[in-house]
Design a protein around this ligand. Sequence first.
Ligand code: ARG
Length: 277
Amino acid sequence: MSTSTRILMCPPDHFHVNYAINPWMKGNQDQVSQEKAMSQWQALRALVARFAEVVEIEPQEGVPDMVFTANAGTVAGKRAVVSSFAHKERQPEERHFAQFFRKIGYEVGELPEGVRYEGAGDSLFDRGGEWLWAGSGFRTDREAHEFVADFLGVDVLSLTLVDERFYHIDTCFCPLAGGWLLYYPQAYDVASNELIESRVPAERRIRVTEEEAAEFSCNAINIGENVIMHDCSDRLRSELERAGFTVHTTSLSEFLKAGGSAKCLSLKLDEPEAIAK
Ligand code: ARG
């Protein structure tokens, strides 16, 4: 086990679907098996713990989506921009995440009033170049990108989402070690695709089909050569293996009912300090 990567997770003690703030949640209200969710989460936790150190945040009652720690904020070095959720249902999570970042000694950046931002759900560091990909379109405002760039001292490349099923960039975009990119191009507008193509060479781009995207195959946790996801088609698995990755799958069906999967259930706490612009 490598201890250089700490990953934040939140046990699903209070996880359920009792509101619908994304298309996946519609029709799934009160359909979650608490028991199954707990065992799926434990299996994911055990898998992640093979490659990284898992840090837990205490689950809170009344905020069922708090399990999706990717939405806590965005970190670089010892700084964290804490999320400012678009929906009132998730806003009470903000103070718990801010408190957590302070407790581990991070300097917390709070967005200006009224600017929406959903953390690492909508911001992902490239793993080949030194920049942060940030999304907007559904949950995050463009203005937030400027704040994040300033506070974390990173170069931000803005992408625009156009398909409401893929409302955070981490549902359809996953930078992988060595500058690879796993993504679903149709979730982005033309300008975003041009930007992606200008930064990531064609031979490093791994596109997923609509069906694979709908199985949340891009919502993967990448630790070194390991890629952890809910489900992987044979086609995608061989593409990833050809690129040198080892794919690990573990069912997260209960969490898909809330519109989230492996990556959403995790947050890397040890992102390198930003390179001063
Ligand atoms: N139900 C949650 C929401 O709609 C799911 C969040 C998934 N998180 C993510 N990083 N994509 O906010």
